[in-house]
Every structure is written in structure tokens, then in C-alpha cells.
Design a protein around this ligand. Structure first.
Ligand code: NAD
Ligand code: FE2
Length: 398
């Protein structure tokens, strides 16, 4: 840790069952007309019309953008920004998974700062004007994006998932209502749950971790480890959904103020090129990357192992670190996570892009935060290991 650390969060966070009912009140304190950034699935579940009604009850008008049909691209950003401007909206409300939230973050900043979203990558352009107030409402648990100052948008010309991180992208308000996640199907629950777990683990292992982020990361790891399988197998279980929503929020705050590391760095190119959902591509990588990193972070991985194996106080750090890796493999098996080959990625296509993926991973900046920083050749090798990874105890990296 340097001499001091900075910790940023949304100005207001409402969390818990029925927090969503307050969206009208929060919006009416910030503007007169909201653009709701959502998708057709949320609309078909009646959540978008419920949001509009709650806004109307408090005298807030609304317009809607429902064009998000995949993880966010620069095209969704320009389409939704156009509606925001045409409809003269003075608030943005994201209602959906990370894809809706990240799109909304981008337009909230672009509306007042201008330019192309990619200009803001690696702080080439700084958003110095305050963004349009953004109320983020996640329906997955989750990306934690409701409480992070990052947005990830695919550049459709270069097939790069651009990682953009600046304080202006932080939503002003986060409303985290676990009841909104009940309808998430099994595959979404698995992908987003592992994403949240990856955030907590990477925030804790990161070279940028500090005591404030450690507290949240450890709490998030506990909540997620103890509840992820129940939420997956019994999605109606409100207690498990509530714990996952809270864990995801805490993990988001942790990594936003610490960082993500090698898993996310390697995951984004898989998403950009092969369109694998973000949480699934993280899960494909997580156990192998932890094995690769283990020697450089035995004590911290051991803390995770002790969360998985609560009753065993006599474990050495090395044994506990191994339990952490093997327990993650086991989780992946129980939640039917495929390897890249099993997802249907053609081997010869994979071979032609693995070099570009390794370069793009490093370019995102995240691998440099990992306890063990890979060389280019090690990255290429790790991608190959993950292509055929078996998630079994016998499987080893190095
Ligand atoms: N900005 C950040 O800090 C951050 C962090 C992690 C991930 N991300 C980004 O978030 C995106 C992924 O978000 P995601 O994993 O939440 O998935 P998503 O937003 O892409 O949603 C996946 C699918 O689940 C559906 N869905 C969402 N909630 C539902 C519900 N309650 N009921 C039924 N269906 C539901 C959506 O309609 C969609 O079809 C990626 O682009 C990733 O890069 C951003
Ligand atoms: Fe993530």
C-alpha cells in the first residue's frame, strides 16, 4: 500500500428486499425525465413498466431504451445516447444486468463530456464535467457494476472489450434489491455468481488491495461461497438471493477500489472475440489462474480455503490454499461450467487469435495487478491450458 488509499462508492446505496420501490423518490430528487436503459427480457418480466409507474407516482417522466441484446458495444452507447438527447432526459436509470448498467454509465458521462467512449480508456481523455445523475439497479448478482467506477464496452471495429475506469463513471445511486434477481435463470445465476466471486477473490489477491477493500472482499467471499450453490439450485430462495446480492455489491466496491487481476484480463478477449458471457469466461479461467498464481499468494489463498473448509482449523497455509483451488474447480463442475473447447470454440480459430488475446489481455492493465505477473509466453500457455481444462483435482498448471 502507498501512504494513503482512496475509496469511492456511489453517494447513496439502498439495498435489501423492496429497495426498488424507492426509485421514484430517488429520481425525483435529481431530475424531471429519466431514460431507462434496459432490455427486452426485463420488459417482458414487467420490471420496466413497474419502474415507469414508480417514477410517474413521484412526478418523473420517462423514456425507454431496450436495445441491449448482448454485452455492451459502442453501438448501443451511441443509440441510447441519441435517445437521451432527443428526449431531453436529465437522469439515467439502468435496470438490468451489467450490460445495461455499463451502457448507462457510458452515456451519463458522454452526455456532458462528449467524444467517443473509447477516448476515455486508459485516461487518454478525462471526464471532468459531472455526468448526468445515474441510478443503477442491478437484476443480476452480479457484476457489482452498480458500485464501481468502471465500464466495459466492446469496440466493434477492433473486437476489443475496452476497460474504462474513471471516477465519473460511478453511479450516483445504487438500488440493490435481491427480489429483482429471483427471475434470473440458472445459467445467468451461475455466470454472474462466479463473476462476483472472481471480483472478491481478485480484489483480495490484487497488488492494489488495502485494508478497506480487504474487509469487503473477505465478507463478499464468505457470503458468496456460502450461498452460490443454493441460489443456483433453488433460485426462489430469497435468503440466498439476498446474500448473493449483498456479496456482489461488496465485491464490486472491493475491486473498484483495489482492482481485478489476471482472470479478468484474460477473460475480456474471450468475451470480445468468441462472445462467451463474461461470468462464464471468468469461470473457465479462475481455477487455472489461481493455480498459476498460488506460490505468490499462498497466505491469501489460504484465507479463501479456510472459508470453504470452516471446520478445519489445523490446516497449513499450503493445504488451505490447495483447498481453495480445488473447491473452485468443484463449484465449476457443480454449475456445469465448460472449458473453451466444450463451449464450442474451434481449435484452429483459437490458435489464430491466442496471440492477439494475450496482447489485448496485457493492454487492459489488469494482469499487472496479479500476484504473479505472466510473461507473454506464459499467457499463451495458460490460454492453451484453459482451452482443454478438466476442472479435476488431478489437473495442474505450470
Ligand atoms: N463495470 C463493471 O464494473 C463490470 C464488472 C463486471 C462485469 N461487467 C460487465 O457486465 C456485463 C455482464 O453483465 P451480467 O453478467 O450481469 O449479464 P447481462 O447484463 O449481459 O445479462 C445476461 C442475461 O441475463 C438476463 N437477465 C438479467 N437479469 C435477469 C433477471 N433478473 N431475470 C431474467 N433474466 C435476467 C439479461 O436480459 C441477459 O439476457 C459484461 O459486459 C461485463 O464485462 C462490468
Ligand atoms: Fe467481472
Amino acid at each position: 500500500m502507498e501512504n494513503f488509499a482512496v475509496f469511492r462508492t456511489p453517494k447513496t446505496i439502498l439495498y435489501g428486499r423492496n429497495a426498488f420501490e424507492n426509485v421514484g423518490t430517488e429520481a425525483s430528487q435529481r431530475g424531471k425525465k429519466a431514460l431507462i436503459v434496459s432490455d427486452k427480457i426485463m420488459d417482458s418480466l414487467g420490471i420496466v413498466s413497474k419502474c415507469r409507474n414508480l417514477l410517474e407516482e413521484q412526478g418523473v417522466q420517462s423514456a425507454v431504451y431496450l436495445g441491449i441484446a448482448s454485452e455492451p458495444t459502442d453501438q448501443y452507447v451511441s443509440e441510447s445516447l441519441e435517445i437521451l438527447q432527443k428526449e431531453q432526459c436529465d437522469i439515467v436509470i439502468s435496470l438490468g444486468g451489467g450490460s445495461c448498467i455499463d451502457t448507462a454509465k457510458a452515456i451519463a458521462v458522454l452526455a456532458t463530456n462528449g467524444g467517443y467512449i473509447g477516448d476515455y480508456m486508459r485516461e487518454r481523455k478525462i471526464a471532468s464535467n459531472p455526468p448526468v445523475p445515474h441510478i443503477s439497479i442491478p437484476t443480476t448478482a452480479g457484476t457489482g457494476s452498480e458500485a464501481t467506477d468502471a465500464t466495459i464496452i466492446t469496440n466493434t471495429s477492433s473486437d476489443v472489450k475496452m476497460m474504462i475506469k474513471q471516477p465519473a463513471f460511478m453511479p450516483e445511486v445504487a438500488i440493490v434489491d435481491p427480489l429483482l434477481t429471483i427471475s434470473a435463470p440458472k445459467n445467468v445465476t451461475a455466470a454472474t455468481g462466479i463473476d462476483a466471486l472472481s471480483h472478491a477473490i481478485e480484489a483480495y489477491l490484487s497488488r492494489k488491495s488495502h485494508p478497506m477493500t480487504d474487509t469487503l472482499a473477505v465478507s463478499a467471499m464468505k457470503l458468496i461461497v456460502e450461498n452460490i450453490l443454493t441460489a443456483y439450485t433453488n433460485g426462489e430462495n430469497e435468503d440466498a438471493r439476498e446474500a448473493m446480492a449483498l456479496g456482489s455489491l461488496q465485491a464490486g466496491m472491493a475491486f473498484s477500489n483495489s482492482s481485478v487481476c489476471l482472470v479478468h484480463g484474460m477473460s475480456r478477449p474471450i468475451g470480445a472475440i468468441f462472445h462467451v458471457p463474461h461470468g462464464i469466461s471468468n469461470a473457465m479461467l479462475l481455477p487455472a489462474v489461481l493455480e498459476f498464481s498460488k506460490e505468490a499468494c499462498v497466505e491469501r489463498l489460504a484465507d479463501l480455503g479456510r472459508i470453504f473448509d470452516l471446520n478445519n482449523e489445523s490446516l497449513s497455509s499450503k493445504e488451505a490454499a490447495n483447498i481453495a483451488v480445488n473447491s473452485i474447480k468443484d463449484l465449476c463442475v457443480k454449475m456445469n461450467i465448460p472449458n473453451l473447447k466444450g463451449w464450442g470454440i474451434d481449435q484452429s480459430t483459437f490458435e489464430t487469435v491466442v496471440d492477439k488475446m494475450s496482447v489485448d489481455a496485457v493492454e487492459s492493465g489488469s494482469p499487472a495487478n496479479n500476484p504473479r505477473i505472466p510473461t507473454h509466453d506464459e499467457l499463451v500457455k495458460l490460454y492453451h491450458v484453459c482451452y482443454n481444462y478438466q476442472f479435476s483435482v488431478e489437473e495442474t498448471v505450470n
